[in-house]
Ligand binder design. Structure first.
Ligand SMILES: C[S@@+](CC[C@H](N)C(=O)[O-])C[C@H]1O[C@@H](n2cnc3c(N)ncnc32)[C@H](O)[C@@H]1O
Length: 216
């Protein structure tokens, strides 16, 4: 999320529910995608650990690795979680993901990457998934045409200001946190790198959630 960085770091959780429609419900929806024993999960852009907490609280054995480039967020995550998980500070694009995973999961993190980077990243994710593994992602998207782009931005602006966020701050978030991909671009990139089993889990406003794997 963009805006005044220091202010955001300190108040991320409080702010996010005012910025993202249905944030808490969407985090629960994502978490449900990992309900299986002995899961190995990799989270890209773990932020302040809200999704990780939801997933590891589902009371089964889980091996959880979270990556984020922001050390302040990683400290918040570490203090928030009851269970010890592996936290790695680094850039998703450059870090070696290592292991095979059952789930690679991400939320509100990949929307700044251009198409070339996204495709490289999707391929990297596919390579570390085991044969039945899934890539689950909640992403901010833009509309498919100018009219749709403007409508989604207006709706987002209205949502944030209704929640009491300052108009200038809201405009700054929309400007800096602009989404690069449309839903169709994301789906094409997934197919291009070989994902064949793609389920759309949620599609509303400028939010898009999918689960992708490879058909057996
Ligand atoms: C809007 S926050 C989302 C945090 C969390 N996933 C959530 O849903 O609340 C985006 C997160 O991605 C991280 N991030 C952005 N680009 C990154 C990159 N290239 N490598 C690692 N982390 C990145 C940021 O530091 C931030 O924690």
């Amino acid at each position: 999320m963009a805006g005044d960085k220091k202010m955001i770091y300190k108040n991320y959780d409080e702010l996010t529910i005012k910025v993202i429609p249905d944030y808490k419900r969407l985090i629960k929806l994502l978490a449900k995608q990992t309900q299986k024993e002995n899961q190995k999960v990799l989270e890209l852009g773990i932020g302040t650990g809200n999704l990780a907490r939801e997933i590891i609280n589902q009371s089964y054995e889980i091996e959880y690795v979270g990556i984020d480039s922001n050390k302040d967020y990683l400290t918040i995550t570490k203090n928030k979680l009851r269970k010890k998980i592996s936290l790695i500070k680094g850039d998703i694009m450059n870090i070696d993901f290592g292991n095979q995973y059952d789930t690679v999961i991400s939320s509100l993190t990949l929307h700044h990457f251009n198409q070339k980077k996204l495709k490289t990243l999707y391929a990297k994710i596919k390579n570390v998934l085991n044969s039945t593994g899934r890539f689950v992602n909640l992403e901010l998207i833009k509309g498919e045409n100018i009219k749709e782009i403007q409508k989604l931005q207006n709706d987002w602006y209205n949502f944030m200001t209704r929640n009491g966020l300052d108009e200038n701050f809201t405009k700054k978030i929309i400007k800096e946190d602009h989404e690069i991909s449309t839903k169709n671009m994301i789906l094409k990139n997934l197919r291009d790198v070989g994902f064949t089993d793609i389920l759309v889990l949620y599609e509303q406003d400028n939010l898009f959630t999918f689960s992708a794997g490879v058909k057996k």
